[in-house]
Design a protein around this ligand. Structure first.
Ligand code: UDP
Length: 235
């Protein structure tokens, strides 16, 4: 079993059945799944996206300044981080929001050592604001934080069961990989994460497991080593 993980949650999944914002039911389900593995003794860092609220790139398409749009996106991830920490606290799980950009008292400012200190005490470190820099995504933020906090693996929770030969939501003949190398992702042009995030993981040998976080119980299964998603590794 993994000792320390970095869990990436997509903002978009937090919408659940809604068109925008946070679905409380989905949020509560995520919190339950996370508490289950915290109770198993796993140290957990979480990076959460903001796509359910705002994405800088789509803002730029509507005439926003790109850097300001990305800053709005980073604030969106912070809103989600606060929501998740609140849902975890509500079920008796300690969790703390650490922000990439100083915005005390909304969260403490992130540092690798503070995150590790909290995780070692059994608290969940929710790392908000992505990398803190525009032109990046929270996938890159989670690769970076995963490496920094010396996680054993990055778990990328999505709404599909893993990495497929094509988009399974569009192509019914698509098949799933049980495992795949970073290089195969480039060669096959698979859209798993943006290339910056994939490259960071590859260069620093951080394995990734892509799995469906929206099915209750899946996070525990991944932790128990069940082969329900796709492992990305170096040959
Ligand atoms: N963002 C950013 N820098 C980062 C991480 C995120 O500027 O390091 C902004 C960017 O505008 C992005 C938005 O925050 O579109 C929300 O993050 P993301 O799109 O990764 O969320 P997800 O797709 O996981 O919901």
């Amino acid at each position: 079993m993994y000792k320390r993980i970095l869990l990436k949650l997509s903002g978009e999944s937090l919408m659940g059945s809604k068109q925008y914002g946070i679905d409380e039911v989905r949020l509560a389900e995520y919190a339950q799944q996370i508490k289950q593995i915290a109770d198993m003794g796993v140290q957990i860092g979480i990076v959460i996206g903001g796509g359910n609220i705002f994405r800088g790139l789509s803002g730029a398409g509507k005439g926003f300044d790109r850097v300001k749009g990305d800053q709005m996106g980073m604030l969106a991830t912070t809103i989600n981080a606060l929501g998740l920490s609140s849902a975890l606290n509500a079920i008796g799980q300690k969790a703390r929001v650490l922000t990439a950009i100083n915005m005390f008292p909304i969260g403490e400012q992130y540092s690798k050592w503070r995150a590790i200190e909290l995780m070692e005490k059994g608290e969940i470190a929710i790392l908000a604001g992505g990398t803190g820099c525009p032109y990046f995504t929270t996938d890159t933020g989670s690769a970076l934080r995963g490496i920094e906090i010396e996680a054993d693996v990055m778990l990328k929770g999505t709404r599909v069961d893993g990495i497929y030969t094509a988009d399974p939501e569009k192509d019914p003949s698509a098949t799933k990989f049980d495992k795949i190398t970073y290089d195969e992702i480039y060669q096959k042009g698979l859209k798993v994460m943006d290339l910056t995030a994939t490259t960071l993981c590859r260069d620093n040998k951080l394995p990734i497991i892509v799995f469906n976080m929206d099915k209750m119980g899946n996070l525990v299964k991944v932790m128990q080593g069940e082969n329900i998603g796709t492992l990305v590794y170096e040959k």
